[in-house]
Design a protein around this ligand. Structure first.
Ligand code: AP5
Length: 210
């Protein structure tokens, strides 16, 4: 039986009251989500929250919640929905306290249920940016990054499992938001700057009021 995950009571009132725009950033492992988010932050000043970074920070903190996550992440599977959502909520609240004017939630949602739960508990995403990259390119990028990243999941066996999880669980997220008219599909095979130009063209249409 899966272990019971520790949950917290989180007061979302300040986050809801702020009602700032939220963008989901979706794509396979190594599709360039983090790379593009860094550039988006520099241009638009939004708050970047990577679900993977939040989970890795939780593991590093040595908390009981973190201890349950290591094995899941090293297997390339998804951690339970509630754990990720709680970490994202906590990070959003901290950022709102500091005056955040909007969020890039990177690596989230990774399954349709995550998106539905987030939107029912917090608020709807304005857009979902999907970085579309062929599996062969993803593997090449991640193996290259593995030479220096020190990430426990940047090895060929775990990369294959992460790709499998992406195809089975996250690809339906893309179809789901496409059917809601919120998906921006971006071919992310080109150079970082060429991809960013497409990102900017799409964000400029909706961020004029930020
Ligand atoms: P996470 O940390 O989110 O990893 P990921 O999705 O596998 O993505 P990466 O961070 O590896 O890549 P990226 O798309 O950000 O690409 P990057 O910009 O770094 O998740 C890790 C694990 O945590 C998951 O497997 C899961 O277990 C768990 N998890 C996370 N979120 C979860 C959730 N919501 N629910 C449940 N579990 C969750 O680029 C990669 C490399 O390519 C870099 O070296 C970069 O320099 C290079 N690069 C980037 N763009 C280009 C380009 N255009 N051309 C050439 N190289 C490029």
């Amino acid at each position: 039986m899966a272990p019971t995950v520790e949950r917290k009571n989180i007061n979302l009132a300040p986050l809801k009251a702020a009602n700032v725009p939220i963008f989901f950033i979706v794509g396979g492992p190594g599709s360039g989500k983090g790379t593009q988010c860094d550039k988006i932050v520099a241009k638009y000043g939004l708050t970047h929250l990577s679900s993977g970074d939040l989970l890795r920070d939780e593991v590093k903190s040595g908390s009981p919640r973190g201890a349950q996550l290591t094995a899941i992440m090293e297997s390339g599977a998804l951690v339970p929905l509630e754990v990720v959502l709680d970490l994202v909520k906590e990070a959003m609240l901290k950022a709102i306290e500091k005056g955040s004017k909007g969020f890039l939630i990177d690596g989230y949602p990774r399954e349709v249920a995550q998106g539905q739960q987030f939107e029912s508990e917090i608020q709807e995403a304005k857009l979902v940016l999907f970085f579309d990259v062929a599996e062969e390119t993803l593997v090449k990028r991640l193996l290259h990054r593995a030479q220096t990243s020190g990430r426990a999941d940047d090895n060929i066996d775990t990369i294959k499992k992460r790709l499998h999880t992406f195809v089975t669980s996250t690809a339906p997220v893309v179809d789901y938001y496409d059917s809601k008219g919120k998906l921006v599909r971006i071919n992310a095979e080109g150079s970082v700057d060429d991809i960013f130009a497409v990102v900017v063209a799409n964000l400029d249409k909706v961020t004029s009021k930020i």
